[in-house]
Design a protein around this ligand. Structure first.
Ligand SMILES: *[C@@H]1O[C@H](CO)[C@@H](O)[C@H](O)[C@H]1NC(C)=O
Length: 999
């Protein structure tokens, strides 16, 4: 040990206090002075801030925020004044802010101090900040903050503010500002070059009900804009654009369904440009005009370029004129009205004409500017991608905006021969969606590990000119949004294994929690997003998770409960000024998601228990009703937070879908009740067992094939059951109170309890049965007799058969062992891992439905692939005792992530699976799609995007014994989550059997 305990603790605390406020940024702020710091506020005095009157108004505005942020942190308001070279104030020191090529003050500093700015000059949005001696005549020292351009200066200022302690979300998620009486910057300062992605944008979309109702209440007198009724005016946008800039986002697509940015408020366009936001319009709204709203207001004739070109041309021309002095990234091309495909035949020629006419408009409006210098994008959304694949091209200088499938799986990345376009490429990505197979727009359900995997691939494949994220109502996707903008700002900071530090730094910045609690918060966020991503809450039903097999539903609920408890514990430990932020960002999503999940599972149990003639059906039905009420209460709690600041923000309905579209009202999941006062026909005793939907005594369709005169239930055991035991449920068939007793006829069976009482209030008891294997050789049978004694009534009884099979693994075997007729393996738990050409199967921690996933990493550049059996591989040793129906074969099902064939038709996703020395079997698991469409198997409530998994089954002839499974890389970007080897016992479930025991 190098440090004594207390000293070490103290040092790490100081380090912690200095570094926690940065997420992936260079750190240049300190709260204590040293030889290498420059004071911002010290001894109650703020260092004066100087700016140039000829700098961008947007930089002037951000500088005022900067000064005000310093005041919020320290209580001291530094002066912010315009300075010109001929009228310099006499100051010992100053903070000087300015933009290269714009600020005459900064130009003077560069000359006077002979400052080299070569590292940033001419670089998009770059900045440098550091202490400079003798920056100007009469000023001995200054901290100089220089932007290479307008946004470079703005981002530099907000970068510092964030490190001072002002979260980008201080207003939008009520993150409190931690006070410091002293504030310093390091003399060496901060710098950043051009960002990884040039245009980093958010798209507010499907804004009704939540965002729109909220904004109507908060930013209007209740009526909205005269022509559109939209609440999205310049007051709203001032708040929004400040957030954008604090997140270092620069590009915006406004909400479109009942608003029209330039019509709603004549100040909107001005405000965007003033703040420094590049305006766009969505994928389906060309030439800065809103479709459908503006078209419905002002359009004459059809929205059909084959019929109505003259009018539409003028419609576009007018807006282009109107915005020509604002920074705009024009969407070009055209879709049909209502975000639908164009309806005519000959769409390709028509779209060709549309695009060439749009070029004509640019040439007319920006006369004298090269049309190639006007930022333009053509979004290859849905069918439009098909037109592209079928040969339609936009001019080289138009950015091709590739899209995901609306579910976070990017459909196509630029191929090698598509990379030399001057316009480059970008990605339109979704955290929120309205459409097939079902809307998801209620709560956070995207994993940052997945966002990272897909978007870092976009960086690799040079889809980096534009990233635009559909964020629905903005809230409650705060963390995911910031991850997106942070990755876009500097993708080089992040890799598969440091994503958790994004969340821990975020938790420390937002809630000031200890590093230990930050890890807990990262775990909570990881769980909530994983569980909401593996099946979106909107897609849940009564039996999504198996109610009887693998304790799946029980485990899901227990995990939710543990996560919810952890969240409650942190919530309660926070000072009250931090609780609102924690509620919005963490606690509400946990509670609300848990409630909905619990409601569906309880609904499922009420139906199942009723079919089993168990009165506990009614208790589950009551639970559903309580949870349905609780769901509303949580929404209310959100709405009442901080005197109603976020009223309506949780208006989104989310329970019970009748088709893909949101329900018009939340509907309670179905509940099933039995007559509470009547005894079941077979008597008061009901017996259920793990793995069966049947119930005994009496008849039940799930007892045996014929559904009557069935034998007693059978519990089977082997030493490698993942849970180590099985359960018997004793239930009540009616209102009677009774005593029960269990007795087995062998010494080797152990029961967690052998007697008890069933009453109306505790009508289900679970008894765990296990085997003392030291007393069992080979296969042995036993019987458990359950008898009841209901006061005065004749006793009833039910027997349960037991079969115990003492399977034995050779002592020198190491690996996964078959239990319960299956070997289930988490992909990350390989026995061996072999790299080839520097590529190896690498864990993506936290990714996917269960634990994590593996993918070949690095991705190996273009066209890197292998024939089966030659590439990187992972091996899993496993041991089996059975084959399916004794037929000599097993099924190996590889669970892969539902990513798409984004590497083009020549590199469709493939994987090879091999057992022992049998031939490796290669599978292309995502079928080829027709151009512009999703592949077969994608859609539907049981499609791979709803299930968030693709199962790749292969059959192998394998005798019982020790084996090795190998997974070979064939094509890059394949993501494997789990492997299930069925030796005959696999039962239906959502996540597959739990992981097998490893020896
Ligand atoms: C500096 O001058 C500009 C241009 O006149 C003006 O818009 C701005 O408000 C002034 N800033 C301060 C801090 O006085």
């Amino acid at each position: 040990m190098l440090h004594s305990g207390p000293l070490y603790a103290l040092t790490s605390l100081l380090v912690f206090a200095d570094t926690v406020l940065a997420i992936g940024q260079t750190s240049c702020v300190a709260f204590t002075s040293s030889a290498s710091t420059f004071p911002v506020v010290s001894n109650g005095k703020g260092t004066p801030i100087l700016i140039s009157p000829d700098d961008w108004p947007g930089v002037q505005r951000a500088a005022a925020d900067f000064a005000s942020d310093i005041q919020k942190v320290t209580g001291v308001s530094p002066s912010l004044t315009n300075a010109t070279v001929d009228k310099l104030p006499k100051l010992p020191s100053a903070i000087i802010i300015g933009t290269l090529g714009k600020s005459s003050l900064i130009q003077q500093v560069v000359q006077h101090a002979n400052l080299s700015v070569a590292d940033v000059e001419g670089k998009w949005e770059a900045f440098v900040a550091k202490e400079v001696q003798n920056p100007l005549p009469g000023i001995s020292s200054a901290y100089v903050i220089i932007g290479a351009d307008k946004r470079g200066s703005v981002f530099a200022l907000y970068d510092h503010s964030e490190q001072f302690g002002v979260s980008p979300w201080y207003w939008w998620a009520d993150v409190p500002i931690t006070k410091h009486s002293q504030l310093f910057v390091t003399s060496s300062g901060c710098a950043h070059g051009a960002p990884s992605v040039k245009y980093r944008g958010l798209f507010l979309n499907d804004e009704q009900p939540a965002l729109q109702n909220w904004a109507m209440e908060k930013f209007t007198n209740g009526t909205g804009a005269a022509l559109t009724g939209s609440p999205f005016n310049h007051l709203f946008y001032s708040k929004l654009f400040e957030l954008f800039l604090r997140l270092k986002a620069n590009y915006f697509w406004p909400a479109q369904w009942s608003s029209a940015f330039y019509v709603d408020d004549s100040l909107n366009g001005f405000i965007a440009d003033y703040y420094g936001i590049v305006m766009g319009t969505s994928h389906e709204e060309p030439m800065a005009r809103s479709i459908p709203v503006e078209w419905n207001l002002f359009g004459v004739g059809e929205w059909d370029y084959s019929e109505n070109a003259d009018f539409i041309y003028q419609f576009w021309l007018n807006r282009t004129e109107e915005v020509k002095n604002y920074e705009t990234l024009f969407t070009v091309g055209m879709r049909g009205d209502g975000d639908l495909p164009l309806s005519q035949d000959g769409n390709i020629e028509l779209l060709g004409k549309v695009i060439s006419d749009q070029t004509k408009i640019f040439n007319t409006v920006f006369n004298g500017t090269n049309v190639e210098d006007i930022p333009q994008t053509w979004c290859l959304y849905k069918e439009v991608e098909g037109y592209y694949e079928n040969g339609l091209r936009a001019p080289d200088y138009v950015t091709l905006l590739w899209t995901d499938d609306n579910w976070g799986n990017i459909r196509r990345f630029p191929l090698l021969n598509e990379r030399n376009r001057t316009g480059g490429a970008g990605v339109y990505y979704h955290y929120d969606y309205v459409g097939d197979p079902r809307d998801y727009k209620w709560i956070t359900s995207s994993q940052i590990s997945k966002t990272y995997e897909q978007l870092s691939l976009a960086i690799d494949r040079q889809a980096d000119r534009i990233w635009i994220l559909n964020v629905g109502d903005l809230k409650p996707y705060e963390l995911g949004i910031e991850f997106f903008t942070t990755l876009a700002w500097d993708a080089s900071v992040w890799n598969p294994s440091n994503l958790d530090t994004f969340v821990t730094s975020w938790a420390q910045r937002e809630f000031g929690v200890s590093s230990e609690d930050a890890v807990t918060v990262a775990g909570i966020i990881g769980n909530v997003t994983r569980w909401n991503a593996r099946r979106k809450p909107e897609l849940l039903n009564q039996t999504t998770y198996s109610l009887t097999n693998y304790r799946e539903a029980d485990t899901v609920l227990a995990d939710w409960k543990a996560t919810s408890d952890a969240s409650t514990k942190i919530y309660n430990s926070l000072s009250s000024d931090k609780q609102a932020a924690f509620f919005e960002l963490v606690h509400h999503p946990v509670q609300a998601s848990y409630t909905v999940q619990n409601m569906w599972i309880a609904s499922g149990f009420s139906a199942l228990r009723a079919s089993q003639a168990r009165i506990s059906a009614n208790q589950y039905a009551d639970q559903v009703e309580d949870l349905f009420e609780q769901d509303y209460q949580l929404e209310q709690q959100y709405h009442q937070l901080l005197n109603g600041k976020w009223d309506h923000m949780m208006d989104q309905t989310h329970v019970m879908y009748y088709y893909w579209q949101q329900p018009m009202v939340n509907t309670m999941p179905p509940v099933t009740r039995v007559q509470a006062k009547k005894q079941a026909l077979p008597g008061p005793l009901r017996v259920g067992i793990e793995g069966s939907m049947g119930a005994w005594p009496g008849d039940n369709p799930n007892q045996c094939a014929q559904g009557y005169n069935c034998p007693p239930p059978t519990l089977t055991f082997d030493p490698y059951l993942p849970f180590g035991n099985r359960y018997i449920d004793i239930g009540a068939g009616g209102p009677n109170t009774f005593n029960y007793a269990l007795k087995s006829n062998v010494a080797w069976l152990k029961l967690s309890s052998t007697s008890g009482t069933i009453t109306n209030n505790s009508s289900d008891e679970r008894i765990f049965v296990s085997v003392d294997w030291s007393q069992v050789t080979g296969v042995e049978a036993a019987t458990i007799q359950i008898t009841t004694n209901a006061n005065g009534k004749a006793s009833t009884s039910q027997s349960v058969s037991v079969v115990a099979n003492h399977t034995v693994v050779p002592s020198d075997f190491h690996g996964f062992v078959e239990g319960d007729g299956v070997v289930s393996i988490e992909a990350a738990h390989a026995s061996r891992n072999t790299s080839v050409d520097g590529i190896s199967w690498t864990e993506l921690p936290g990714y996917g439905r269960t634990v994590s996933a593996i993918t070949p990493w690095p991705r190996g550049g273009d066209e890197k692939n292998f024939t089966a059996g030659t590439g990187p591989s992972v091996e899993y040793d496993f041991y089996t005792f059975n084959t399916i129906s004794g037929g000599g074969h097993v099924t190996v099902t590889t669970y892969v992530a539902p990513t798409l064939n984004g590497l083009g038709p020549d590199q469709r996703l493939k994987i090879a699976v091999q057992v022992d020395s049998l031939d490796p079997v290669t599978t292309q698991f995502i079928p080829a799609e027709t151009p512009g469409n999703v592949p077969p198997g994608w859609d539907g409530l049981d499609g791979f995007v709803a299930n968030s998994i693709v199962s790749v089954p292969n059959s192998f002839d394998v005798a019982p014994g020790a084996h090795t499974l190998k997974i070979w890389m064939v094509e890059p970007t394949v993501i494997v989550q789990k492997i299930v080897i069925n030796t005959g016992g696999v039962l239906p479930s959502y996540l597959g059997p739990p992981e097998s025991i490893r020896v």
